[in-house]
Design a protein around this ligand. Structure first.
Ligand SMILES: NC(=O)C1=CN([C@@H]2O[C@H](COP(=O)(O)OP(=O)(O)OC[C@H]3O[C@@H](n4cnc5c(N)ncnc54)[C@H](O)[C@@H]3O)[C@@H](O)[C@H]2O)C=CC1
Ligand SMILES: O=C(O)C(=O)COP(=O)(O)O
Length: 599
């Protein structure tokens, strides 16, 4: 007789948070619930309305201008961190958080200051506030373009410098008249007009298209380059989508609105400046890194670029002696694109809602490093999410000690077309079920694929269409672990894999198949699987051992190959039986093997 018990490793939850036992439709991603109030560290100035929202749900620690060391120290005591562009959330921040940090909220669009790979590896969700500052950034782009074309900043500075020095005028007439010239230089600051000029927008997303609308209103001819934008959307605004080369060679003005990514890094460089029309003017409200700043200085000096207006820099703030910032043909602002009263209130509310939602375990619509699944799909899949995780938990506990899990096949059978089934959440929960019982790793939607890959677990999915009801998205889910011996050999199917399958009945997940045996037991509490000789009195024998030890049986189901041969009995129990109880079950003469599995 083979007897085995399986141990489920308890996880150490983050302080102030614990794992919720059953994920509900809106709690699928993290399955965390606040026991005491979580702590949100706000590292950069956030609008008052956002702070109020956060305070209703969390302890809010506002700590601005922290050094990297101070940030690392504080983050170890925080469940969420909110930043703008001025804080580098690098790998060491996640390492110092030691698993406590669950959400990083970027109060704005660009997430280039957050190490997304490190966040994902640490199971930390990153959310941003992608819409509230769009108009502010677009307006700033237009403001910079107009100010540059009409030398507003330079003329303003000269006029003020003249006035500031007025007292000197009383000492020397010559100096005074020189300053007077500096002050009122109408000929020096003759500008260029915008009307009729060609504006090339690089990056035709939210900000880029708002800039386009406004530029059209100023009478400009607008073209755009964006490899991922829809030509129909561009046409609707009266903008022509063109190649990068065509855009930069036709432009009198170029406005940059793409994110900083490896493919946009230093996109404007010596080579690309050389292809531009002589005297082109450049506006950058995107990210400093999309321009090779030294190459821009060379292009300004040679006259290829007549002027540049920059809100963003490779290093912020730039060095005091930066040739680019000090260049007389360059207009600069200190990353003010999103800085309007309206945008900051909007961004603060947008990010506060996203962070609170994420801390509650809800899937965020603005998640940057997790699949976005529409709420209605999630709600429909909720019982199947629970089924998927529990089947995987059972399957992994059936693997013989030390065997390891390398190859897992998941089959989703559905009455609907396979294309209608979004299985990303289910796959993540299968990974969670496979890994959590045998490790101390916390798995969620963010880090599931990464964690599986890191552990060398290959999960393949198959969707099969069967006769079924149109109402239920899935008829059954089958989880099979290949190339692994089982501590309960009856769980190995004829094709050689440890196999468990289940379905949802009346909203409750049920185990319906173990190896080649059909059973029917609801997946609640824990489960004892016994293989026995099919004979009368077996249910009573096992039931009375459990009853003697005050272990409540919630379900019992027997699946057999043929009468009086072998059968598998699945018993759902509310309490965990002691070792002695399990030993007594094993001593019942007709029991051939058994296993206790925790859900
Ligand atoms: N200066 C500031 O304060 C602000 C700056 N921003 C920055 O503006 C940029 C755009 O923001 P949104 O429009 O909200 O983002 P978005 O995601 O809506 O648009 C970005 C667009 O760039 C396109 N793109 C990606 N790679 C490209 C490439 N190689 N060439 C051309 N286009 C490419 C994308 O397809 C997308 O359409 C971001 O970098 C963001 O960080 C946004 C708000 C304020
Ligand atoms: O949203 C963005 O991408 C921005 O660049 C705005 O940055 P900020 O929040 O003003 O530091």
């Amino acid at each position: 007789m083979a007897a085995a018990t399986s141990q489920s490793h308890l996880l150490r939850p983050s302080p102030g948070l614990r794992r919720a036992s059953l994920p509900s439709p809106s709690r699928i991603s993290f399955a965390l619930r606040a026991v005491s109030k979580p702590t949100v560290l706000v590292a950069e100035k956030l609008g008052a309305a956002g702070l109020e929202l956060l305070k209703e749900f969390a302890n809010v620690d506002c700590a601005y201008n922290m050094t990297p060391e101070e940030l690392c120290a504080k983050v170890a005591l925080s469940d969420a961190l909110i930043v703008r562009s001025g804080t580098k959330v690098n790998r060491s921040v996640f390492e110092f958080s030691a698993g406590r940090l669950r959400v990083v909220g970027r109060a704005g669009v660009g997430i280039d200051n957050v190490d997304l790979a490190a966040a994902t590896e640490h199971g930390c969700l990153v959310v941003n506030a992608p819409t509230a500052n769009t108009v502010a950034a677009a307006e700033h782009g237009i403001a910079l373009m107009a100010a540059m074309a009409r030398n507003v900043a330079q003329a303003d500075a000269a006029l003020k410098a003249g006035n500031t020095c007025k007292w000197i005028q009383t000492f020397t007439f010559i100096l005074s008249s020189l300053l007077q010239i500096c002050k009122w230089q109408r000929n020096k600051y003759v500008g260029v007009s915008l009307v009729g000029k060609t504006l090339a927008i690089l990056g035709f997303g939210k900000v880029g298209s708002e800039v386009a609308r406004r530029a059209k209103g100023l009478g400009m001819h607008v073209v755009a380059h964006d490899p991922y934008a829809s030509a129909a959307r561009a046409r609707a605004i009266g903008v022509e989508l063109v190649s990068f080369e065509d855009a930069i060679s036709a432009a009198d003005f170029i406005s940059l609105h793409m994110p900083l990514t490896p493919s946009t890094d230093k996109m404007l460089n010596d080579e690309t400046f050389a292809k531009m029309k002589k005297g082109v003017r450049i506006v950058n409200v995107a990210r400093g890194g999309v321009i090779d700043e030294e190459a821009l200085v060379r292009a300004l000096d040679s006259g290829i670029v007549a002027q540049a207006a920059l809100d963003v820099f490779t290093v912020e703030p730039p060095a005091a002696d930066s040739k680019l910032v000090l260049h007389e043909n360059v207009t600069v602002t200190p990353h003010l694109g999103a800085s309007t009263v309206e945008a900051q209130e909007g961004v603060a509310i947008e990010i506060a809602e996203a962070v609170v939602g994420a801390l509650k375990g809800e899937l965020s619509a603005t998640a940057v490093n997790a699949p976005m699944v529409p709420a209605e799909v999630l709600s429909e899949l909720a019982p199947y999410v629970e089924l998927a995780e529990k089947l995987a938990r059972l399957a992994v506990q059936l693997v013989a000690g030390g065997g390891g899990v390398k190859s897992v096949k998941v089959t989703y059978a559905s009455g609907r077309s396979p294309d209608d089934l979004d299985t990303r959440v289910l796959r993540a929960m299968i990974t969670k079920g496979l890994i959590e019982p045998i490790s101390s790793v916390f798995v969620n939607l963010v880090n599931a694929d990464f964690t599986a890959k890191q552990r060398g677990i290959r999960i393949t999915e198959e969707r099969v269409q069967i006769d079924g009801t149109a109402e239920s998205p899935i008829e059954y889910i089958k989880v099979q672990i290949a190339q692994a011996g089982s501590k309960f050999p009856s769980a190995v199917s004829e094709t050689g894999e440890i196999t468990v399958a289940g379905r949802v009945k009346d909203g409750i997940p049920h185990l319906t198949e173990v190896g080649s045996f059909q059973v029917d037991v609801s997946l609640e509490g824990s489960i004892i699987l016994c293989r026995q000789v099919d004979q009368p009195g077996m249910i009573g024998a096992v039931g009375s051992v459990l009853g003697e030890q005050n272990v409540n049986v919630s379900f019992m189901s027997v699946g057999r190959i043929a009468p009086r041969k072998h059968a598998v009995m699945a018993i759902g129990v509310d309490e965990e039986p002691t070792k002695e109880t399990l030993t007594k079950i094993g001593e019942i003469p007709a029991i051939e093997e058994f296993v206790f599995l925790k859900l």
